[in-house]
Design a protein around this ligand. Sequence first.
Ligand SMILES: Cc1ncc(COP(=O)(O)O)c(C=O)c1O
Ligand SMILES: N[C@@H](CCCC[NH3+])C(=O)O
Length: 418
Amino acid sequence: MTHFHYQQGELFAEGVRASEIARQFGTPCYVYSRAALEQSLAAYQQALADVPHLICYAVKANSSLAVLDILARQGAGFDIVSIGELERVVAAGGDPAKTVFSGVGKTAAEMARALELGIHCFNLESAAELEVLNRVAAERGVVAPVSVRVNPDVDARTHPYISTGLKENKFGVTMEEALRVYRRAAELPHVAVRGLDCHIGSQLTELTPFIDALRRLLTLVDQLASEGISIEHLDLGGGLGVRYRDEEPPSIASYVAAIRAELGERQVQLVLEPGRSIAANAGLLLTTVEYTKPTPAHNFALVDAGMNDMIRPALYQAWLDIQPIEARTEVQPRTWDIVGPVCETADFLGKGRELAIADGDVLALFGAGAYGFTMSSNYNSRPRAAEVIVDGEQLHLARRRETLEDLLRGEQRLPDKG
Ligand SMILES: Cc1ncc(COP(=O)(O)O)c(C=O)c1O
Ligand SMILES: N[C@@H](CCCC[NH3+])C(=O)O
């Protein structure tokens, strides 16, 4: 059973009517299913149960404390890209020792805090970063565990903005550079080589790019071994795609099976950093139709969620399914552009949707659990949406809707001129 489903024309999130959630918490409102989050994490855990592994959920996909809490309770580790994300992991009860630190621009202060908390590994993205980390670790009198993020130059065949493993992308270092960085790391007293890392992109719907990248990584592992540098863990990043419309990504089980088949008998801990495949289809965004506005060119449905709440359609031309939470039989279906209140032409959630809707109806955007709230902003001075967890028949307010006071917090006017 899917965790969001229709019963007699009414949308349910687990055991709760979507209309009840909208009534209690208002819209726009993100809704996450606890069972859906747990189920996708469990799919990774089961597929790896008999080998050494660490599943580091990519916090950037959905960093709500309640979501991190749910995943931490089930044993997840975390992939973070800033100290803000690490503090969230800690606040949610996550274990720093199961956390890897990715990101191209870690600052010395971020490194120091991550060392203090005792993270599992730093995924280094440049030779320069290695030198800074060695210095920061020396200042603290500790040894920092490191991997080098390799950019294997494979085409992930995904949207260009979310492809990260091509040589023109800013991420990681080339295979040749990686070898040099590892040699240097082996010489430095305050870093210890632990692993090898890569992440080639997001929303991948085929296995081939993952396997091509893994093969390249394994040649590097062997080369390093021949120089006496041994790799304890292989971090293959995240990137497994999900179905938003008609994509047919591999299942979590077949993705993991393909990686394991390629690894054969190698004795390494396998680290994965899935984000979207855990959170995307565990969440939806509820929004209310404020006005319907037929024009000669388009029928616009103006809703109360805008690109500041969900930027994926504007930024990546992403397609998310949009449906009314209660079916209407008395209204004729029409083709609608679902647009938000933000003053930008790019402010749309979906275009050309055949829907039977009227003013006041609540719509659900499906597949909104990943890169939804985390990419939201206050653009146009719009308070950010509420976030709610549904757990069976229970509702839990994970984040209250921002208030107008929240919007002004930390700001001040100029002093009066004397
Ligand atoms: C380093 C790293 N790890 C993991 C992820 C998570 O990717 P996804 O949400 O596609 O699984 C990302 C984002 O693409 C990333 O940049
Ligand atoms: N934000 C992107 C995913 C990119 C992940 C960044 N590593 C999306 O919504 O599809």
